[in-house]
Design a protein around this ligand. Structure first.
Ligand code: PEP
Ligand code: MG
Length: 556
């Protein structure tokens, strides 16, 4: 505070917020309440939710960071600091990590096949893709530092090197990444592990007293689900089932399903997947107990599951008893000019209803068995993605309901389940009153909704968005913060229309925006019931949701 006293009179000249670390901000807020100087509500408003990130992830040792100069900058896709030896394939990264090395996985972009290397890495660097690219989404989910879309890094996976500013970094060289700023450093920078103090737990408890929004998580594995519960999540808002298909024991069956030439062959492959998928769901239900679990039916285009290089196709063809030419023509036939607008989402279930049948059976059988074995009262919410037209939703919903009822009949039990949809195609928002007649819940898939509303590819927009910031057309990334004016208008419309035909419709969001404080405030204001975000953003969401309610209460 700056003040002056003139002729016995006190003048306040200006005030500014004192800069403080996240730990200090928490301590100040909690101490001020305990000393009776401010209310809990005021204390909750004193902490910036985004600051909590630094408490949950490693940071660079401050003096080392001060002395370091970044060699390049990418998108701050997943917070934290990481240092390690670079590797250019998931296999090499996983192997080096197994041998005890700290590893940074460097890829032009990642795909679901890279998951093992991503788990093994301290940090992930990509040269392509934005805030909702595969690397960014997965890294946030597993709490791993990630710098994405760094166009200045010329990455050659085949030559196993990367050139930044004219300097070549080879496999095994050290680099360091700051996923909170997007900065990349050459060499090794020491990191410090996070420490969670008692003040953190106190502030989180206070946040829970005030917030109206429920906080769920996006989790596809029991490990992520447990992490989210430890951070205070109250349910799963999105389980992306496709991520389960990339593990070694199931990829052969899913590939067999894709290359099947008849429904019969496809059903045979699906029968192999059923027990695996069921055991995945059981493991997740067991972690989640009585909490709601939203499971989404298969969403990505099928070619993502197939090999792409001739040598991989040849190897798979031998495994599957096919000729190289046969398999190659199947792979080529599945290529699309624009896969994000192609044969994906519920369109797959329209063509192949047996996929939705298998997944529904796995979801329901797992729920019945876990209920019988553990006594949990599980409420499966089966979510149908990428709907744009009520008749397509009805078609897939009929398959789901018929299968679910058949399972319950076979097992001779009755459990509740819900069938709902994602609002991620603008047409679904425009026709939400019709859609709501067939959907017990809506979950806003704002990654796709943003992509389709702006017409910006979520995987390529980072290449030109910098020009938009520089020319002051945008001041933030619409894939990170909800564009309230446009995308938000569609969301508000969908909420109102949905409630007009189904007043008790359950409403949530599971796009990446569900973990962004200003977007959470917006979700609160349009009356959603919950937000769902990656596990490491759950504490941020708890605080942001409390702040939204407190601002309402205090009329701010
Ligand atoms: C979305 O589109 O917002 C979403 C959650 O689905 P995905 O990111 O898997 O497309
Ligand atoms: Mg989507």
């Amino acid at each position: 505070m700056e003040f002056t006293i003139e002729k016995g009179k006190l003048y306040m000249l200006q005030t500014r917020s004192g800069k403080r670390t996240a730990a200090a901000a928490l301590k100040v807020a909690v101490d001020l309440v305990e000393e009776g100087l401010i209310t809990k509500q005021e204390a909750l408003l004193l902490v910036d939710p985004r600051q909590l990130d630094t408490l949950l992830h490693p940071t660079f040792e401050p003096n080392a960071l001060k002395a370091a100069t970044p060699i390049a900058k990418g998108l701050p896709a997943s917070p934290g600091a990481a240092t390690g030896h670079i590797y250019f394939t998931a296999e090499a990264a996983a192997e080096a990590a197994k041998a005890g090395q700290k590893v940074i996985l460097v890829r032009q972009e990642t795909s679901p096949e890279d998951i093992e290397g991503m788990y093994a890495a301290e940090g992930i660097l990509t040269s392509r893709g934005g805030m909702t690219s595969h690397a960014a989404v997965v890294a946030r989910g597993i709490g791993t530092c990630c710098v994405a879309g760094c166009a200045d890094a010329l990455i050659s996976e085949s030559a196993k090197n990367m050139i930044i500013g004219g300097k070549t970094y080879n496999e095994g060289d050290f680099i360091s990444l700051d996923g909170s700023t997007g900065n990349i450093y050459g060499g090794e920078l020491p990191t410090e592990e996070p420490t969670l103090t008692g003040d953190f737990a106190t502030l989180m408890e206070w946040a829970d007293e005030y917030r109206r929004l429920a906080i769920r998580t996006n989790a596809d594995t029991p490990r992520d689900a447990q992490q989210a519960l430890d951070f205070g999540a109250e349910g799963i808002g999105l389980c992306r089932t496709e991520h389960m298909f990339f593990e070694e024991d199931r990829i052969p069956a899913i590939r067999e399903m894709i290359v099947a030439r008849s429904e019969d062959e496809r059903r045979k492959a699906l029968a192999k997947l059923l027990p695996l998928q069921k055991s995945d769901f059981k493991a997740i239900y067991e972690v989640m107990g009585d909490r709601a679990v939203t499971i989404r039916l298969l969403d990505p285009p099928l070619h993502e599951f197939l090999p792409h290089t001739d040598s991989d196709i040849r190897a798979l063809a031998t495994d599957m008893g096919l000729t190289f030419e046969e398999l190659k023509s199947t792979v080529d036939g599945l290529q699309e000019m624009n896969p994000m607008l192609g044969h994906r989402g519920l369109r797959l279930a329209i063509t192949y209803p047996e996929i939705a049948e298998m997944q529904t059976r796995a979801i329901m059988e797992a729920a019945v068995e876990v209920r019988q074995e553990k006594g949990f009262n599980i409420l499966p919410e089966i979510m149908i993605p990428l709907v744009g037209e009520v008749k397509e939703l009805k078609f897939v919903k009929d398959v789901v309901v018929k299968t679910a009822e058949a399972v319950l009949e076979e097992k001779g039990v009755k459990i509740d389940y819900e069938v709902g949809t994602m609002i991620e195609v603008p047409r679904a928002a425009l026709l939400a009153d019709e859609i709501a007649k067939e959907a017990e819940f809506f979950s806003f898939g704002t990654n796709d909704l943003t992509q389709m509303t702006f017409g910006f590819s979520r995987d390529d927009a980072s290449k030109f968005l910098d020009d938009y910031y520089e020319k002051q057309i945008f001041d933030s990334d619409p894939f990170a913060r909800v564009d309230q004016k446009g995308v938000g208008k569609l969301m508000r419309m969908a909420v109102d229309l949905g409630k007009s035909t189904r007043p008790d419709i359950k409403l949530g969001i599971c796009g990446e925006h569900g973990g962004d404080p200003s977007s959470i405030e917006f979700c609160h204001s349009i009356g959603l019931d919950y937000v769902s975000c990656s596990p490491y953003r759950v504490p941020i969401a708890r605080l942001a949701a409390a702040q939204a309610q407190i601002k309402d209460d205090l009329g701010k």
